[in-house]
Design a protein around this ligand. Structure first.
Ligand SMILES: [Zn+2]
Length: 402
């Protein structure tokens, strides 16, 4: 499991682990809480002055953190002391989001400022050439904005479907790439930078935590529209399960005699509440996109309201079942539909009527519909914080020539 938005202190047995954990704690603290003095960092991380000095000095040398020109007065000693911060001006990540429509490359800093974006499609020769095409596009992007690989701490790749995060393998992307594609290996060996891979929903959840600087301890994250998917954290750890399929809310069976789902089962939530299900249920209207559906809702079309209400009913039922299983502290909802005032009206009314127990837990993402650009890069930021800024074994981030 990988940790979201926090890194737990464990008692490492060898010096390498302790060093990595200290670096990880320090980076995480700076990222979530902002710049700090050496004294404050030593206190918060429970490290000796010698140990914090050693850790910070090596990270300054590697170009990961900097002494900022901000100072604070140390009251006890009566001395001014300098703040330490992540070197935001220097460090960037690359995000690669692969969807059925396109591949999006985004280069951004650790404050999620996008400095380069490219959209392109992968052609039919994808199996043999996808990694080379992506790496060429990344190289071109870096060249365009005048960045060298030295300033990139990682590449995140987000792809739909079943992803083995530990191995960096896309087990099944439902036709985007061949089954069992070794994305991490394919890209890492071509470009020589650390690569993190996960599916869209877990990428979004990581992005929500990092973008909002919030700690998701025991949370559910649900994306609604066009499909329905969810991700889970347990004790601050992103939980992907025994087969990387944990939290697949879209394939929770709600009606054993229901319609056949693309997964092979009958009556899954997807067959009842997804955009495709709503589209099929509309008799008086032909729609193509969620935007069309929202337009009908906003026009208060009675049939659309009935169909959407039917979908919300089953969605709430599924969320309620998940809440019983996982006992989350909060449930975050994400998706285009939550941008519609009419949809929200119906949703909140049904929430109060049908599942009032969920009311204190449910809230809509503070950055709803805005994170898709950054979700792949968030995987790289997360890996950077977790690893304490260490890169591919044998390489070192340095401001000097290697
Ligand atoms: Zn299904």
């Amino acid at each position: 499991m990988t940790s979201v938005a926090n890194v737990k202190r464990t008692s490492g047995k060898n010096m390498g682990n302790v060093k990595r954990e200290n670096r990880s704690l320090l980076l995480t603290q700076l990222f979530f809480k902002g710049r700090k003095s050496r004294t404050a960092l030593a206190h918060e991380l429970r490290l000796t002055p010698a140990s914090i000095t050693m850790t910070i000095n090596s990270m300054i040398e590697e170009g990961i953190v900097v002494d900022t020109d901000q100072y604070e007065l140390n009251n006890r000693m009566g001395r001014r002391q300098q703040f330490i911060d992540i070197d935001y001006a220097r460090i960037h990540v690359v995000g690669v989001t692969i969807t059925s429509q396109q591949v999006r490359i985004c280069i951004n800093d650790l404050r999620f400022h996008c400095i380069y974006e490219d959209l392109f499609t992968l052609d039919d020769t994808v199996a043999d050439t996808y990694a080379q095409i992506i790496c060429d596009k990344i190289a071109f992007g870096l060249y365009s904005v005048g960045l060298s690989k030295d300033g990139i701490v990682g590449i995140g790749v987000s792809i739909r479907g079943n992803v083995d995060t530990e191995k960096g393998v896309s087990e099944d992307s439902f036709g985007l790439l061949p089954k069992h594609t070794q994305i991490r290996q394919d890209i890492q060996q071509r470009i020589g930078l650390p690569v993190s891979v996960d599916n869209h929903i877990r990428s979004l959840m990581v992005c929500e935590a990092l973008y909002s600087r919030i700690y998701m301890e025991n949370s559910l994250f649900i994306k609604y529209g066009p499909g329905i998917s969810s991700a889970v954290t347990i004790n601050g750890q992103l939980y992907s399960g025994g087969h990387s399929m944990a939290g697949e809310i879209g394939h929770m069976v709600l009606d054993r005699n229901g319609a056949l789902c693309r997964c092979g089962k009958r009556g899954c939530l997807e067959t009842l509440s997804s955009f495709r299900a709503m589209k099929a249920r509309l008799m008086q209207h032909t729609i193509q996109t969620l935007t069309d559906l929202i337009a009908l809702l906003e026009a208060q079309d009675p049939e659309t309201i009935r169909v959407v209400s039917h979908s919300i009913h089953h969605l709430l039922l599924a969320i309620s079942n998940m809440a019983v299983l996982f006992d989350p502290k909060d449930i975050i909802l994400y998706g285009e539909l939550f941008e519609s005032a009419r949809f929200l009206e119906i949703f909140h009314r049904q929430l109060a009527d049908e599942t009032p127990e969920l009311m204190p837990l449910l809230h809509i993402s503070a950055h709803n519909n805005l994170l898709d650009t950054y979700m792949a890069g968030a995987l790289a930021i997360h890996a950077f914080l977790e690893s304490g800024g260490s890169l591919v074994p044998g390489t070192k981030l340095t401001t000097q020539n290697p």
